[in-house]
Design a protein around this ligand. Structure first.
Ligand code: ATP
Length: 306
């Protein structure tokens, strides 16, 4: 469905993409993972034709999407990070408006709007002004507007930010259903538990380049970090972190890539070992894969986020 090759993009001095490739087939969900500023939004904006690449190609169903934006826009649905719904329009009017923009014939718009609202749990709210929806309801509507024309390629940029547990679960189910119905899906998120729930193929991007791709199990097998994680009462001085060869994962929490015994860690910490709160062996999970691949500290705001 999508084959993007060698994408590069600079904003002035900032090289946001440095030759990134991405392909997705129909029915496949690809989760795009990367730290803040890795280049995820830039990549999907280029694929969606919202931004022009400096170089590289975007082939959609065999045609050059960058040369035929009209044709591409009919195949693509994108929900950017910031919600783009119209507060003065009702839920129904928003859905019909975006269906119209995507070229859905008038005769089908009403039915499509009702169908999407039903799948996203918005039926009762169809005639309410979108500005009077809760944050989670607005998120659902925003996602609904991206796919009211049944796109063959659906791109969702952090769709669950600010959504509660129920809305998240609903959006995840919805994404899975869309893939099962044949859409190719690109899903960016910082929540690793969502990636697991989607059973997505994972692409890790860092500094504008794709560093790894595979299923969760493949990546865990290839890249899992052996070692220990330990927490201190207070932050360690930077020179000690460096001497230990540790990476910082959270406030006063560190990882060492060697599976060293506790006694050895205590010895290496010297007098600072008085401040040692806990030591754990690192589990072979997606978070340790992400750390091993990007080789840097986590930047997410909650557990299970990148
Ligand atoms: P996040 O997880 O924070 O959404 P991201 O992976 O989506 O990040 P991008 O938004 O693609 O990252 O940004 C990639 C790089 O390009 C960053 O260094 C960012 O600061 C920079 N950048 C993005 N948009 C612009 C812009 N309009 N002007 C200048 N620099 C930009």
């Amino acid at each position: 469905m999508l084959v993007a090759t060698g994408l590069t993009k600079s904003y002035g001095d900032v090289q946001a993409l440095r030759g990134a490739d991405l392909d997705v087939t129909s029915g496949q969900i690809v989760a795009l993972l990367g730290k803040n500023g890795a280049g995820k939004t830039t990549m999907i904006s280029i694929i969606a034709g919202l931004l022009k690449a400096d170089s590289g190609t975007v082939m959609l169903d065999g045609f050059d999407a960058q040369r035929d934006l009209d044709r591409a826009s009919k195949l693509i649905g994108i929900a950017p990070q910031l919600t783009g719904i119209y507060g003065v329009l009702t839920v129904r009017e928003n859905l019909e408006f975006f269906a119209n923009l995507a070229g859905v014939p008038r005769s089908q718009r009403v039915a499509e709007a009702v169908s999407v609202a039903e799948r996203l749990g918005l039926t009762e709210l169809l005639d309410r002004g979108a500005g009077k929806l809760s944050g989670g309801e607005q998120r659902r509507l925003h996602t609904g507007c991206a796919l009211v024309h049944q796109p063959k390629l659906l791109m969702l940029d952090e769709p669950t930010v600010g959504a509660d547990v129920a809305t998240r679960a609903q959006l995840i189910d919805f994404v899975r259903e869309s893939a099962e119905a044949g859409s190719a899906v690109i899903y960016t998120t910082h929540y690793l538990n969502e990636v697991e729930a989607l059973d997505a193929d994972i692409v890790i991007i860092d500094d504008g380049q794709v560093l790894a791709r595979g299923t969760r199990d493949e990546l865990v097998e290839q890249h899992r970090m052996q070692g220990v994680e330990f927490a201190m009462v207070e932050d360690l001085p930077p020179e000690v972190v460096e001497r230990l060869g540790a990476t910082t994962t959270d406030a006063s929490t560190y990882r060492i890539a060697d599976d060293i015994p506790v006694g050895e860690l205590v010895g290496k910490l010297g007098p600072l070992s008085d401040q040692l709160l806990s030591v754990e062996t690192i589990r072979p999970d997606l978070e340790s894969v992400f750390l091993a691949v990007t080789g840097d500290r986590l930047t997410g705001a909650e557990e299970g986020s990148t």
